[in-house]
Design a protein around this ligand. Structure first.
Ligand SMILES: [Zn+2]
Length: 123
């Protein structure tokens, strides 16, 4: 992560990918939009490989968020919960990554420094 945020174009579909930091593995001015992020991840690309290619969620592209005990966390990566080896590999490769929650068949990783944002009450 370096330099200011800039307007990015999605490398997959060419649409607006939002304003994020440039990831070194993408051509200058290119990132990934939320729709293509979901599409690529749903096709089963390994989260470590995704991060290598597109960067860090919430830094280089729009992050997914997960609600956990009334707080919103930025999802770093999601793995099928039985795939412990892949979780460990990711955590080893990207220090600071930690398992936030395991359940519903998935292990969700967040940054250890992410303390979550309280979910706004709707009255
Ligand atoms: Zn796209």
């Amino acid at each position: 992560m370096s330099g200011p945020k800039r307007q990015l174009t999605c490398a997959c579909c060419g649409s607006d990918a939002g304003k994020w930091h440039q990831h070194f593995n993408q051509d200058t001015g290119y990132g990934v939009c939320a729709r293509c992020r979901d599409w690529i991840q749903a096709r089963g690309m390994d989260p470590g490989e995704f991060r290598q290619t597109y960067g860090k969620p919430g830094v280089n592209y729009e992050a997914k968020q997960v609600q956990h005990f009334g707080r919103l966390f930025t999802v770093l990566a999601e793995f099928p919960e039985q795939n412990v080896a892949a979780v460990n590999r990711y955590c080893e490769q990207y220090p600071g990554a930690a398992v936030l929650v395991v359940g519903g068949g998935w292990a969700i990783l967040a940054d250890v420094s992410d303390t979550g944002v309280p979910v706004k009450e709707t009255k």
